[in-house]
Design a protein around this ligand. Structure first.
Ligand code: B12
Ligand code: SF4
Length: 478
């Protein structure tokens, strides 16, 4: 029997005065799989805002304090708006995608849905559900949690298989929680492309504002940086790579059906920068490879890049990479194949800090990689963080000097937040830092305050944050 399923991206950026209008690939992948198996699955992005609603909001990220207030007031109209839409959808299954920062939103919404229409079965999946095996204990409105890849587990749930027999599902039983471990790794090339049509709750005009040009070509990352959730979410040794043929096929599908088909503006993705105008991105004109390290397998990426060039795709794209997974040939091919931005996590200019955070990359590697991109004319964004637990004032000074030296096209300068489920998070708890007592939304921290460091002087931190001025000279945010 065909089931109606609503897959929800909970509100998050909207609460901060921003929005997120792109297609959320986790739930889009699950929807495609369910639809391929004869079900009726829709995507509901509760973070979506149309042009008018967005224009009425304050400047980006001014309101961290207001943002936390939303979670204290369960009667705020935003929660009822989302709940009402869920109920109106008439779905008998609802699935929420989770990051740590949006778990409280899922809690509030799912409890209200449970009260108003208890017959709806509610499922949580995604990063937080994978990292927190006991998340069901904290979410009374949710019936099941899915760990790791959700396609097969969600299909078996909606098709009525006993939750106790589904790999990857956590359910409740008389003794507490029944945890069936992580879902099996999906054969990545056999999966259907993500759902890009069935958007719930949007007008036809609004549907055209969804940026559907995100592509996931790799699931996981083989590295082990201690501030990052990826090694625990995907498991390093289970990293999956799609074939170059499959990646090119998806790019062609985008080009033929969605490429730059409508608008002249949007700010689909969020970033923590002060000026909205600097976020002006034209959607569906740039493919975003959301892979942790797009270039991680050099022969594979060279093949993909050569195929983009040989087949005259003529599409612009951006990706995330590591400087130690670049070489001159890759950089040249990237330039020819339409790469408009490489996002590089430099994190620190201090080799001591890089070692402490298990980056497995040195400052010298980073300089070499950045130079190769510059020589090939490929623009890059440099991501830095301040406030690592062992970082001294001198270390941050090294970061400031290094950031100036590499001359990036755009800088993203953050203060470290120890995310739930990372090695750093557990190490800090062991050292007595009570991160586990903080509300979930604490892990999205944009106040500019140091969270787990008391060695860095306020003036040095201010000098670091003032590096934002360098963005005036570069090629802007992409
Ligand atoms: C692209 C991306 C973004 C984009 C798009 C987000 C989106 N809504 O799609 C943007 C830039 C907006 C973003 C924002 C943020 N992100 Co982000 N993001 C990513 C990234 C790089 C890829 C996500 C992706 O599309 N993966 C591909 C899909 C296929 O995988 P998936 O989403 O995990 O889905 C699979 C499973 O998780 C599961 N699943 C997912 N949802 C559901 C739902 C159900 C019902 C079921 C059954 C299963 C299921 O099945 C899916 C298919 O197998 C990941 C890192 C990574 N490589 O995973 C970080 C990552 C998810 N982000 C992270 C963080 C911290 C954030 C921010 C908090 C950062 C910030 N300070 O702004 C915000 C939070 C946004 C929010 N709404 O809460 C962390 C999460 C850590 C944590 N403990 O929560 C990650 C893991 C990065 C990291 N390595 O640490 N992000
Ligand atoms: S290389 Fe990037 S994605 Fe991989 S573990 Fe390090 S920070 Fe995470």
């Amino acid at each position: 029997m065909s089931e109606k399923i609503l897959l929800v991206n909970p509100p998050f950026y909207r609460l901060l005065g921003s929005h997120y209008n792109a297609n959320s690939l986790g739930i889009a992948g699950i929807a495609a799989y369910l639809n391929q198996h004869g079900h009726d699955a829709y995507l509901y992005n509760a973070d979506f805002l149309n042009e008018i609603d967005y224009a009425n909001l304050r400047d980006l990220f001014d309101g961290f304090k207001d943002y936390t207030e939303f979670f204290k007031n369960e009667n705020d109209p935003i929660w009822d708006e989302v709940v009402e839409k869920i109920i109106l959808s008439d779905a008998n299954w609802v699935g929420y995608t989770s990051y740590t920062a949006n778990v409280t939103a899922i809690d509030i919404i799912s409890r209200k849905v449970k009260t108003q229409k208890p017959i709806i079965k509610q499922v949580i999946g995604g990063v937080h559900a994978t990292l927190d095996h006991n998340v069901l204990e904290k979410l009374s409105g949710i019936d099941f949690s899915v760990q790791r890849e959700g396609e097969q587990a969600m299909l078996e749930l909606v098709e009525g298989k006993s939750p106790n027999d589904i790999v990857g599902v956590v359910s409740r039983d008389d003794t507490g929680l029944c945890n069936n471990g992580d879902a099996a790794v999906m054969p990545i090339d056999d999966l259907p492309f993500p759902e890009r049509e069935k958007f719930y709750g949007l007008t036809d005009e609004e549907k055209l504002m969804v940026d559907v040009s995100y592509i996931c070509s790799i699931r996981g990352c083989p590295y082990r940086c201690n501030y990052c959730a990826s090694p625990f979410h995907w498991k390093r040794d289970k990293t999956q790579y799609r074939s170059p043929e499959s990646v090119i096929k998806e790019m062609k599908l985008l080009k033929e059906n969605y490429w730059s088909r409508y608008k002249e503006y949007d700010y689909s993705a969020s970033a923590n920068i002060g000026k909205k105008s600097a976020l002006k991105i034209v959607d569906n004109t740039i493919v975003y490879f959301v892979d942790d390290v797009f270039t991680v397998k050099k022969p594979r990426v060279k093949q993909i890049l050569k195929m983009m060039i040989d087949q005259n795709l003529g599409m612009n794209w951006k990706c995330e990479a590591r400087t130690d997974h670049l070489d001159e040939e890759i950089c040249e091919l990237m330039a020819q194949a339409g790469c408009v931005r490489v996002k590089l996590g430099f994190e620190s200019g201090s080799d001591k800090v890089l070692k402490d955070i298990q980056k497995d990359e040195t400052k010298e590697d980073m300089k070499i990689g950045a130079k190769m991109l510059k020589d090939a004319g490929v623009p890059f964004t440099a991501y830095f963080m301040a406030g690592f637990p062992t970082e001294t004032d001198e270390d941050l000074r090294e970061t400031i000097n290094f950031a100036k030296e590499i001359d990036a096209d755009y800088y993203s300068l953050s203060v470290l937040a120890p995310y739930y489920g990372t090695k750093m998070y557990y190490d800090l708890i062991e050292q007595g830092v009570e991160l586990d007592k903080k509300p979930w939304e604490y892990f999205f921290h944009q106040t500019g305050d140091l969270m787990v460091n008391d060695k860095i002087k306020k003036e040095t931190l201010n000098e670091y944050l003032a590096l934002n001025a360098l963005n005036e000279k570069g090629k802007g945010y992409v």
